[in-house]
Design a binder for this molecule. Sequence first.
Ligand code: PLP
Length: 405
Amino acid sequence: MYLNSEIIRADFPILSREVYGKPLVYFDNAATTQKPLSVIRKIEEVYSTINANIHRGVHRLSQLATESHEEARKTVQRYIHASSSNEIIFTRGATESINLIASSFCRSQCKPGDEIIITAMEHHANIVPWQIQRDITGVVLKVVPITETGEIRLEDMEKLISPKTKLIALAHASNVLGTINPVKDVVRLAHSRNVPVLIDAAQSVQHIPIDVQVLDCDFLVFSSHKMYGPTGIGVLYGKENRLEQLPPYQGGGEMIANVTFEKTTYNELPFKFEAGTPDYVGSTALGEAIRYIESIGLENICFQEEKLLRYATEKMQQIEGMRIFGNAKHKSPVVSFLVKGIHPYDMGMLLDRLGIAVRTGHHCAQPLMNALGIEGTLRASFAFYNTEEEIDVLVAGIERVKKMF
Ligand code: PLP
């Protein structure tokens, strides 16, 4: 279904602002998306009407805030089709979710020499936590290479799997190349060797319908702020039996059953992994963001974003000196590019003066940049509220900057 961009854009107050006297063209959605009014209002509503610390409170406000937090957990469960809300752990974001698994999993399930497999297109958030564990527990990191088009081959991954492989952790969609990885096939392959899989869905959960039971993945992580929700909150999904096997990541309030100086027993799932006062305002607003996505329809979002990606790719390819990185068949709405003879920072800064927000640099994927033999790129990343007219503004902006050089 075609979305009426005028109506959609009215939901996002920031989209009508100007930057340097020019209408804002916001193409940095892979870094963070803008927020609809319903989400902004929800945050105000929680603080204005039900704010109180949650769980264990006998008073009315505490009960209401607790209900709101737990309702949000159910909303997330529904959105990714988890079989139980016990499988939804609230964290600070995708990064913390991966750190949690890396720490708890490696500490409890790995011995020196055991192997973790990742891919060459991972965000630092899915590299560095494993390296930290490598230094602590002696696990070995193996990396699946990428092809010319920016894809992984299952045969390459299969070759890396050995009896010592303990986990495969990979991005569902690359934040640089846009590549959508065949995660269902990866899970099938991994499970045939009894290897669990963690999917980093930071760049897919806002674009593609996700059903964790169909994917059959063991863990899946994402951040609220990339899916129209607030910053500071995200999700770790884990199969209940997997999460049961893992020790807590952090200690403190909420995550305990009983504490004496001699011994502490831990709370049940999901609370075992939620030490301290949870971000119940953030969770409630994330729930609202999901309801917003559902009101638009993820399939409509997907349709609009694919259209924008096709349009942008076609138009940008016509620019002389343009080099686009990532030409996978299945892509999220991201175009990483360089223009011959122009440093990406110069291009990014000059586009900014025209009101166009794109990201420049290594995009937290330095090993990928090394593999591509470059320092960085420019990245235009789209959301369903963007328009073809805005892409025309970007293309004209790039041409204008080219003339200046
Ligand atoms: N994984 C991928 C693929 C990402 O693109 C990002 C952020 O850009 C992250 C993980 C980390 O997300 P956050 O910084 O919200 O924790």
